[in-house]
Write a protein that binds this ligand. Structure first.
Ligand code: GCO
Ligand code: MG
Length: 405
């Protein structure tokens, strides 16, 4: 089955998505997600100029060889742009193989390890009261696990707080340059334990709670936060420190029993090798779209399972429904899957463009049995939603020093 064309679409049905469609001479096509929030067009150029010409005429069934060709065969390995481009091709090829076999992709991976995918939602608010009301609504909707992020008095537009419905995941296209936010570690560390204390007082110990530090702390600060939060029994503390230097997590680990999660910006297994081998973390948050696709994710899951580490894939709205579907097939299969981040898809505009096989029921995602990934993309409907340049925010300390966002 020969690849005859590769089409790349950039659309903004509510937010920017890059979609890859691989067409074959047998009339079967496959879809892949190549969305890299804030750097979309770099991936488009990589696909158009450096991947597409090399793949026309190749056998679409040769998923492994094509993955190796794009990764090992290229002198310049790794990096988010390269690996997101490879991911989209890999997903589309698994989609094709599933359609050709008339089987969902999870069947090709080895079948189901579970019937449904447990998710965690997000509760946010301008203050603790509002955040806890949001948590209450999600519990009523059936969520078993919820991430809590709250605006911090004195810090403008902190990560994950929906300040004026901006600075979170929303498109920033009304601002030509990255918006800036203020960060202060001391203010944050003094504030955040109260959020979890009040959450436990109000809702008890059953609901599972999570928190994303978004890499703002140093290892010793993260260790302190972990210790303070221990009585509130978090499911995990995410991205407590940056992980370019993986041994940072060793210091957090040595001081606290809070479960640790990291990995949403990792793009190869090498970014996680020491973290996994040393058991410095509990959950790995890599996801198909930014980690090179389904082929390497399968290896990462198996490697992590040797060290008691479970999968908790990144699932923000800036991954397209195709990427979410790829994660879902991996999650249904992986014996060491733990939880999927999922806060829903962006409403009717998005649903006009993508038809996906996922439904949320009682805090779990159900995956419909359809051949391949089970997603469809309406190119005609997508046409009118043109790409809008948009950036994630940047952070600065109060004195102007640039900090991790
Ligand atoms: C998460 C992430 C996201 C990222 C976003 C960047 O845990 O869901 O931290 O909020 O910031 O995906 O594009
Ligand atoms: Mg995160």
């Amino acid at each position: 089955m020969k690849i005859v064309d590769i089409k790349i679409y950039v659309n903004c049905p509510g937010r920017n998505f890059v979609t890859v469609k691989i067409e074959t001479d047998k009339g079967i096509y496959g879809l892949g997600d190549a969305t890299l929030n804030g750097r979309e067009m770099a991936v488009v150029a990589y696909l158009e100029e450096h991947i597409k010409p090399c793949l026309i005429g190749k056998d679409a069934h040769q998923i492994e060889d094509i993955w190796q060709y794009l990764y090992r065969g290229c002198y310049w390995r790794k990096g988010p742009v390269t690996m997101t481009a490879i991911a989209a091709i890999d997903m589309a090829l698994w989609d094709i193989k599933g359609k050709a076999a008339d089987l969902p992709v999870y069947q090709l991976l080895g079948g189901k390890s579970r019937e449904k995918i447990k998710v965690y939602g997000h509760a946010n608010g301008k203050n603790i009261e509002e955040t806890l009301d949001h948590l209450g609504r999600l519990i009523d909707e059936g969520y078993k696990a919820v991430r809590l992020q709250c605006a911090i008095p004195g810090l403008e537009g902190t990560y994950g707080t929906l300040a004026d419905k901006k600075d979170y995941y929303e498109l920033q296209s009304d601002r030509p340059l990255p918006p800036e936010q203020i960060w202060d570690t001391n203010t944050y560390l003094n504030f955040v334990p109260e959020l979890f204390k009040k959450a436990r007082e109000k809702y008890g110990m059953d609901v599972q709670l999570l928190h994303d530090v978004h890499s703002r702390l140093t290892p010793i600060e993260a260790a302190r936060l972990g210790k303070i939060l221990e009585p509130y029994n978090l499911f995990f503390l995410e991205d407590s420190v940056t992980a370019e230097n993986q041994s940072g997590y060793k210091y957090v680990r040595e001081h606290t029993t809070i479960p640790l999660a990291v990995g949403e910006i990792f793009n190869t297994i090498w970014d996680a090798k020491e973290l996994i081998e040393n058991q410095w973390i509990d959950y790995i948050r890599m996801a198909a779209t930014h980690a090179g696709g389904i082929t390497p994710m399968r290896r990462i899951a198996d490697f992590a399972s040797l060290y008691h580490i479970r999968m908790a894939p990144h699932g923000p709205p800036d991954i397209s429904p195709i990427g979410h579907a790829a994660n879902a097939h991996l999650n249904i299969w992986a014996p060491n899957f733990a939880i999927q981040e999922f806060i829903g898809f962006g409403g009717t505009t998005l649903n006009n463009v993508f038809k996906h096989p996922l439904t949320l029921e009682d805090g779990h995602l159900l995956l419909q049995d359809k051949p391949g990934l089970g997603v469809d993309f309406d190119e005609k409907a997508a046409e009118k939603y043109t790409y809008k340049r948009s950036y994630l925010p940047v952070s600065r300390l109060k004195d102007g020093t640039l900090w991790n966002w």
